[in-house]
Design a protein around this ligand. Structure first.
Ligand code: ADP
Length: 566
């Protein structure tokens, strides 16, 4: 900028000076020409007086200074010339413009190159009357003489020019320095701002306009600096939080290069911080994990799966981050959870099994006691024991069923080895088993849809358990004289079983929990039917075993509808 400003200003000033010089020279030339014209006129006039007075003009013209004096007859013949040259004298002068002008009584000076002298001359002629007519007296001076004056002033002009140039250069250099100096300070300011180390300092050699400009920079800088400060605060907080999270977290860009990784993730993969910016293969060569992350980058879908790394079980969540091209992977150590769940399942199965044998024995002995007992008072107790024992056996039966399904969940059912089960037969069996309670509660039991032609490929016992639990609930939690509707729909090869009732319904906030083991809406409600709290949990377990979808819609005092999509 400095150089350009200097060159630009100097060029303008020099162009101005050159123009001024040119104009001065031209004006000088014009003035000198006019002066010369005046002087040639003057000389001609004096000569013509002398000629009229009969003074020896020859002597005068011979002396003639620098001027050339010519006496020309009225018919154009040269009578006398102080610079005679044969050719010029011989030539008739009547057609010369100055002679013509004098002839017409409007004398005028003319500049032209003289053939005789071979240089430019300024000519002027006057008509002078004589006794026998008239002659022309003509004077001419060389144009060189005009320019000689000009050349006299030339060195002075050049000197003035040179002095002016030196003064201007010094002045412009100083001015350019003063203009550009504040910009250097501003540049320093902005550089410190970019490094986040901004300090407010006055700008050296500042002008009012630049001061206003730097004031705005200062204001912006304060805002930016605050932004930087809080950003770096947030960044260090985030880094602190990330490094103190026990889950391993890392993010990769769309090319699979690592952009962020926390301490836990580095520990999981036994890696160093230098993996940042590198392909995630540097982190681990564990194929299943890395391929899933790459799939998620491409498809922008989430993934949730479990992997085992060096004996540790991780629940892995892969999530493309919205509005960025980053994909985040979170690895949570669930080894302990899985082991606890396994222990719970084992305990659940063992306890159920261990309880079943003594309870079966109690049931047998109670039946024996009941046969031999004649005392009505004792019969009351025996009936109570029989009822509770049956409930306990029912409960243990359900508990064992869940354990059994959980075990089979580890080895998915081989559908090819199973036969299609007609759903109508199962619904019929369930209705028969429940006929007593259906009659007692005067329930209107309705079976609708393509129930006769629909079959489901599964373990018959599993379908029976689902239908039994759903129908049992629809009857149990129904009003006296209510309605239970079992519908089977077969659309586009998808069979749906819909069990609905117009019973007491389930409050919305309880609906998500009723599939949990032993969860019951309200104790008082559950006492209505005396269930085990495991029916829906069993249904849900079976559905997840086959990959079926179980859903529920319910409104309190309106009814419930449970759908299984096989
Ligand atoms: P339970 O053996 O207690 O019936 P379930 O697992 O089958 O256990 O059901 C859990 C709870 O959900 C029940 O205790 C009951 O309160 C509620 N429930 C289930 N089905 C219905 C229904 N059709 N209408 C109203 N409440 C129901």
């Amino acid at each position: 900028m400095k150089k350009r400003l200097f060159v630009y200003t100097i060029s303008i000033i020099f162009a101005g000076l050159a123009g001024f010089f040119g104009v001065s020279v031209y004006m000088n030339h014009i003035t000198n020409t006019n002066i010369s014209k005046d002087s040639v006129e003057e000389i001609t006039r004096i000569c013509s007086y002398l000629y009229s007075d009969g003074i020896d003009t020859d002597a005068f013209v011979q002396a003639g200074n620098n001027a050339r004096i010519t006496i020309i007859s009225s018919d154009g013949e040269v009578l006398s010339d102080n610079r005679p040259l044969d050719t010029d004298i011989v030539e008739n002068h009547l057609k010369r413009p100055e002679i013509q002008a004098a002839l017409n009584n409007s004398p005028q000076a003319y500049i032209r190159v003289s053939k005789t002298l071979e240089k430019a001359l300024i000519y002027y002629a006057l008509k002078v009357d004589t006794d026998d007519g008239y002659v022309f007296v003509r004077a001419a001076i060389p144009v060189e003489q005009i320019n000689a004056r000009l050349f006299q002033t030339f060195p002075i002009l050049l000197l003035i020019l040179f002095v002016l140039a030196v003064v201007y250069i010094a002045f412009i250099r100083n001015m350019v320095n003063r203009i550009t100096k504040p910009f250097n300070s501003i540049e320093k300011k902005l550089r410190s701002l970019s490094k986040g180390e901004y300090r407010q300092t006055p700008v050296e050699g500042s002008y009012e306009e630049i001061e206003r400009f730097t004031q705005v920079i200062d204001e912006i800088a304060v805002v930016l600096q605050n932004g930087f400060d809080s950003l770096s605060d947030e960044k260090s907080k985030l880094a602190y939080i990330m490094d103190n999270i026990s889950d391993g977290i890392f993010t990769v860009d769309k090319n699979g290069n690592i952009t962020l990784i926390n301490k836990s993730a580095l520990n999981i993969f036994d890696a160093d911080n230098d993996v940042i910016g590198r392909d995630m293969l540097y982190l681990s060569s564990y194929k299943a994990l890395m391929e899933t992350v790459r799939d998620c980058i491409k498809s922008k879908n989430n993934a949730l799966f479990e992997i085992s790394l060096n004996g540790i079980i991780f629940l892995v969540t892969v999530k493309p981050l919205p509005a960025t091209d980053l994909t985040m992977t979170i690895m949570s150590d669930v080894t302990e959870n899985r082991e606890n769940a396994k222990r719970r399942e084992e305990f659940f199965a063992n306890a159920s099994h261990e309880l079943k044998t003594p309870l079966t024995a109690i049931k047998g002995f109670t039946e024996l006691t009941s046969i031999n007992n004649k005392d009505d008072n004792i019969s009351k107790y025996i009936n109570s024991i029989t009822r509770e024992t049956e409930r306990m056996l029912l409960l243990i039966g359900d508990m064992l069923k869940i354990s059994e399904i959980e075990n089979s969940q580890k080895a998915k059912p081989d559908l090819a080895a199973l036969k299609p089960v007609p759903i109508f037969d199962i619904i019929n069996d369930v209705r028969d088993t429940m006929s007593t309670i259906i009659n007692e509660k005067e329930i209107y039991f309705k079976v609708v849809g393509s129930v006769y032609e629909s079959t489901i490929t599964a373990e018959p016992g599993h379908i029976y358990d689902i239908v039994k639990n759903l129908v049992e609930n629809a009857v149990r939690y129904n009003k006296q004289g209510g309605e239970v509707r079992v519908a089977v729909k077969n659309k586009k090869n998808i069979v749906r079983l819909i069990v609905s009732d117009n019973g007491i319904g389930i409050p919305v906030d309880e609906q998500a929990r009723i599939f949990e083991r032993f969860y019951r809406v309200e104790k008082s409600r559950s006492e209505i039917g005396g269930g085990t709290g495991l029916g829906l949990a069993i249904a849900k377990h079976i559905c997840s075993l086959y990959g079926w979808k179980l859903s529920l819609k319910s409104r309190v005092d309106v009814g419930t509808e449970v759908t299984v999509e096989f």
